[in-house]
Write a protein that binds this ligand. Sequence first.
Ligand code: NAD
Length: 353
Amino acid sequence: MAKTLKVGVIGVGGIANTHFPGWQESPHTEIAALSDLAEPALQRAAEKTGAKKLYANPEELIADPDIDIVDICTPNMYHTPLTVGALDAGKHVICEKPLAPTPSDIQQMIAARDRSGKLLMTAQHFRFQGSAKALKAEIDGGTLGPIYHARSWMLRRSGAPLRPGFIMKKHSGGGPCIDIGVHILDLTLWMMGHPQPVTVTGITGDRLSKQKGMFSAWGGTIPPEFDVEEFAAAFVRFETGATLILECSWLLHHDMGGRGEDMQMWLYGEKAGSHWPDNQLVSANLKTQQLIDSKLLKAAGGEPHALECIAFAEAVAKKQSSPVPAEESLKVCQILNGLYESAATGREVVITP
Ligand SMILES: NC(=O)c1ccc[n+]([C@@H]2O[C@H](COP(=O)([O-])OP(=O)(O)OC[C@H]3O[C@@H](n4cnc5c(N)ncnc54)[C@H](O)[C@@H]3O)[C@@H](O)[C@H]2O)c1
């Protein structure tokens, strides 16, 4: 089959490298162009992908009439202008998480998407992981019944990415809350069927990162320009009456149990509870009054970053809807933004849809 869709990737430093195999594997796409402000990153990615068109200026890639899909993998604070620019130039856009740092940014993106009639997808790759897909199918089949409470966390003991794009608010928009909290929160809301959040109470912390000599096991001492939170927690109410407790951190004196990252989600439904990523199911037989424990079979896997690109290419080629619509990312962003506002004001924040 001829590959009909040409992809241009903007920001080819780190995560873009996990997208390249997806574009290469999809029957619909080829990587035609790359852009990065840093020449070495651009050259490395060109060698890796064989892309012929290299742009130091991302606006030139966006203006290139040959490009059908723009894949945005820059630090967070550049997502909105690049996404809006690409949609207004008539391109389909997949953009890394967090889609944007504030709800009003995402609303601008949605308006641009609707003006253009093109697809916009958030790269939430955990939705494409085998264990997550298996659990989602089970929940959609009704196994848990209505979910009325969730506990979700993504914690690292000493795992702060010390690049400016993550630790300087002017580039990132925030710390672990919008870097990794966004992953587990997106997954949780997806499993819960995206109820509308109505209030959030949150706190953020920077006690460890301010200590002299504090370091990240991923490499290096926490530098003075680190101006984001290192820890965040929240309690969220939804209009369905459901509730959620969320925790995330890059630096926490937490027993990781041998894992590099402790990412877990408990969902409590009227018929059963579930734990991810183990995909354990917990329920009770009321006739025999016995407790029931079972485990779901893991669905077929695959590398989830590649799979999300393949899914987007398929949706564009077949004129389907976005696999991860911006409206869903807006709810995630409303909660995280509310968490920051609540932490700053010391009060519960009401979320207006
Ligand atoms: N889904 C995931 O698992 C995952 C993991 C890591 C990062 N991310 C997300 O991906 C994005 C990038 O993170 P990363 O780890 O690849 O960062 P990175 O710093 O490794 O790479 C970013 C690249 O973007 C380039 N860049 C910066 N501003 C640019 C601009 N305006 N135009 C063109 N190029 C620009 C930089 O030179 C750099 O090469 C962030 O939004 C981050 O949250 C997602």
